[in-house]
Design a protein around this ligand. Structure first.
Ligand SMILES: [Zn+2]
Ligand SMILES: [Zn+2]
Length: 406
């Protein structure tokens, strides 16, 4: 975290941003709870409410919080303590974070250090320290285009299900936003889901993840000769998922899916025939080549690969506070930004979400990998003073990777 002088500068920049113009607000903002985390603090101020966008904007100008959140829920009294708020319903929220997606670039830009014994490593932080078994780490995590592309790909898979299977309107009911850091949020606002309780939301999550999907209910049974495809839903998705999975799978992947070496080798031998069967939409024929138990394992692995990497805890939480689109992310200085579904394909957050442009700033960088902001590549830097364009300097200051020079 940045120190006093740095916080002052970042706050000043955040203030300029909020002073400039209007602020985006969620639907029915007066029924939402708002929460804020100040710079340099860990705890959140919450149970606040605002009745107009201008009230909220003035609060942001005055207090310049590092993080701004609002409730997915609608309440009778958003300012009351939890039990007295009077829950009226909640939007359905999906959180996709590159943190939870395996990307090879993490080995290049992320680091961890065990607080117990000081062991350092690159890439994803282990569950426990390989040397001392400790579970407490200092982490340096960075965003890059490859991580963000992976997160966007997951968001697109999710949108396909929400639009294709659930029938939500991409114009009226779905909102996608870049989180300002490592991923995307998808908000569903619809009277059809508003009052769903936790178990009902859990069912939606299970459907999206393809949890417990049964191959025989989707055409993989001996009696059915030719499958009707093109109906949407998991039937088509499963065939496609299995096709894509098999096409790429090697011996190692098949064994990781739980197959013996012998069975995995056999699958590779008959791979082309299996692919043809799936391509022809005749999954029942697959059971003439492989056993049901083998098929089930392949299906499970294929579904896991195909399902969207959502954080299930967020979606099933009825009182979740989530980042408010249009506000700044205190760890990057980037805008948490709404993105319309049609342009998501071409959206480049590290260019579009840049908030601070103009001017140069001299900073001392402790350590930063190669990174991209505003379409320009910087670094890597280690223990050096550099003069950078404002957006890059602010980014490093917010990340706590640099301090003001001099
Ligand atoms: Zn250790
Ligand atoms: Zn990356």
């Amino acid at each position: 975290m940045a120190a006093e002088r740095e916080i002052q500068l970042i706050s000043e920049k955040f203030r300029e941003f909020y002073a400039k113009g209007r602020i985006e607000t969620p639907r029915e903002m007066e029924r939402r709870e708002f929460g804020f985390i100040p710079f340099g603090a860990k705890a959140m101020f919450r149970h606040l409410s605002f009745s107009t966008p201008e009230d909220l904007r003035l609060y942001l100008v005055k207090n310049t919080p590092a993080h701004v959140y609002y409730s997915s829920a609608y309440y009778e009294n958003p300012e009351a303590e939890m039990e007295r708020k009077g829950w009226l319903g909640a939007d359905l929220i999906f959180d996709i974070d590159a943190d939870h997606i395996e990307t090879p670039c993490k080995a290049e830009h992320d680091r961890w250090r065990c607080k117990g014994c000081g062991l350092e490593g690159r890439g994803e932080t282990p569950e426990s320290c390989p040397r001392c078994g400790g579970i407490s780490f200092e982490e340096e995590k960075w965003i890059c285009n490859r991580c963000l592309d992976a997160a966007r790909h997951e968001a697109q898979k999710l949108l396909d299900i929400l639009i294709g299977d659930f029938g939500f309107s991409p114009i009226d009911e779905l909102e996608v936003s870049f989180t300002g850091h490592r991923g995307y949020h998808i908000h569903v606002s619809s009277p059809n889901i508003r009052e769903l309780d936790q178990p009902a939301r859990r069912e939606i999550v299970d459907y999206i993840l393809g949890t417990g999907i049964k191959a025989e209910l989707h055409g993989f049974k001996p009696s059915l000769e030719r499958l009707t495809t093109g109906e949407g839903g998991w039937r088509d998705r499963l065939i496609k998922a299995l096709y894509d999975y098999l096409e790429e799978a090697d011996l190692k992947a098949l064994m990781e899916a739980g197959l013996s070496r012998a069975t995995a080798s056999k699958i590779l031998e008959i791979k082309d025939r299996l692919l043809q069967i799936l391509w022809d939409g005749r999954p029942s024929l697959a059971l003439r080549l492989i056993r049901r138990r083998t098929l089930d394992k392949l299906v499970e692995a294929a579904v896991e690969r195909e399902a969207s990497a959502i954080d299930t805890v967020v979606t099933t939480d009825l009182h979740r506070l989530i980042r408010l689109p249009g506000t700044l992310h205190g760890k990057t200085g980037l805008i948490a930004q709404r993105v319309s579904v049609e342009i998501l394909d071409d959206y480049d957050p590290l260019v579009e979400a840049v908030a601070f442009k103009g001017g140069m700033l001299k900073v001392y960088v402790e350590r930063a990998p190669r990174f991209s902001i505003g379409g320009v590549l910087y670094g890597p830097y280690i223990g050096e003073e550099v003069e950078l364009p404002m957006e890059a300097a602010l980014y490093l200051l917010c990340k706590g990777a640099a301090r003001l020079a001099g």
